[in-house]
Design a binder for this molecule. Structure first.
Ligand code: OW7
Length: 405
């Protein structure tokens, strides 16, 4: 962060509630307001400081020494509040504790390690698209039929969990991502099944529950090698089950929404299939499926002339940073000719999404299968959002497609 000799000034104050339904449903106006108000804005309602500009969000993400994750990356400050579940060993940890679990997952989810999945995921995507077109015809809900169906078809098998109870995965993730926000109606709505969902998810993390060749088994094997303790292994499996389902479902939905509303970009992708990876990254930038995360200041720190007190929470608006006109030209355009690298939709720095190669492989498989079979797609009704305190998420994406000739 920039340290200046100047006396810290009071930042602009906003009493907006970023977790209120109207902002979750339609976050752009608040994002613009916060970006324009200043590099740091105090949110009086939650007594936190907000960052909505690219430069400050990026700087906070890469400075883990000053902006820690170990006190929680939601509004709750783990120094004073008991977390709703034992903290994640990755997301809610700082070096040095963070490093061993991170290294283990990094290796298991590395591009090289995912090669063995590539062919079967491509086949699964082709079969899924063929089945949807054959069974539902040219009009269907692309959220349900593709964005939701595909990750659920390939990811739980790749982790190695048994078939029973997989319907719990999305509700558990939805609850976990709501839990990063304030205790509002969205959190209350989940309260009655926190217990049952947690019991089910925790049971899937046990060695005995997992197949012999999945990500889960590889985490346990890392514990056998001494790269983790056996006590850590189930919590690392839990990270896959928490962070790996809803994120990819809504990330794929973002890409499908982008193409259903930008037919010229779909033509561009069909003409140049090698753009598929850029396309997914651009969709992640454009929609930012993970909208926000918090950090906690480990010392009094000045950001652009505003003093953040030690122990204070900082709310980083990833989606706002990804639309900052100071960083992106025509930021609100979904544009396959831009270079989206450097976006903070997967975060940045030591906590940057460790599963991004899994997400990219899912996206590449599904979009490629669709591009081979469909030469046009468009919305046939209003897309419906699902509200979540952290995720920019979906309930329905009604489309009509024209099968390729
Ligand atoms: C975890 C992009 C989010 C997450 C989210 C929720 C949980 C975890 C990670 O990353 O359990 O490690």
């Amino acid at each position: 962060m920039t340290e200046t000799a100047a006396v810290p000034a009071s930042p602009p104050i906003s009493d907006a509630d970023p977790f209120a339904p109207e902002h979750l449903a339609h976050p752009e106006p608040l994002h613009q307001h916060l970006r324009e108000a200043g590099p740091v804005v105090r949110l009086s309602r939650y007594d936190v400081h907000a960052l909505a500009r690219y430069q400050e969000v990026h700087a906070a993400l890469v400075d883990w020494q000053t902006f820690q994750s170990g006190a929680g990356v939601g509004l709750a400050n783990f120094r004073h509040e008991k977390p709703w579940r034992p903290p994640s060993l990755l997301l809610e940890a700082d070096p040095p504790h963070h490093d061993a679990p991170r290294r283990v997952l990094r290796d298991i989810l590395a591009p090289l390690a995912l090669r063995r999945l590539r062919e079967s995921w491509q086949t699964a995507a082709e079969e899924l698209v063929d089945t949807v077109l054959a069974d539902q015809g040219p009009e269907f809900d692309a959220f349900d039929a593709l964005a939701k169906a595909f990750p659920l078809r390939v990811f739980p098998d790749a982790v190695g969990i048994p078939p029973d109870g997989r319907e719990n995965l999305l509700p558990y993730g939805n609850m976990a991502f709501n839990a990063f926000g304030p205790r509002n109606d969205l959190v209350e709505a989940d309260a009655h099944w926190v217990g049952n969902l947690s019991v089910w998810v925790n049971a899937q993390c046990a060695r005995e529950a997992l197949s012999e060749d999945g990500f889960g088994a590889r985490i346990w094997a890392a514990a056998d090698r001494g790269d983790l303790t056996h006590g850590q292994a189930p919590l690392v499996v839990r990270s896959l089950l928490t962070a790996g389902v809803d994120t990819t479902v809504h990330g794929l939905a973002a890409a499908l929404y982008a193409f259903a509303t930008h037919p010229e970009e779909w033509q561009r992708l069909r003409a140049r299939p090698e753009l598929v990876r850029v396309a997914f990254d651009e969709a992640v930038r454009w929609q930012s499926p993970v909208q926000t995360f918090f950090r906690t200041a480990t010392r009094d720190v000045d950001i652009a002339g505003t003093r953040i007190p030690e122990g204070g929470k900082i709310l980083m608006f990833l989606g706002a940073a990804n639309h900052d006109p100071e960083r992106w030209s025509d930021p609100d355009r979904f544009d396959l000719t831009r270079d989206p690298s450097g976006h903070v939709g997967f975060g940045m720095g030591i906590h940057q999404c460790v599963g991004q190669h899994v997400a990219r492989l899912e996206a590449e498989s599904l979009l490629t299968a669709l591009a081979h079979r469909v030469d046009h797609l468009e919305l046939v009704g209003p897309p419906r959002r699902h509200l979540n305190n952290t995720l920019r998420s979906w309930a329905a994406l009604p489309v009509r497609v024209r099968p390729a000739g």
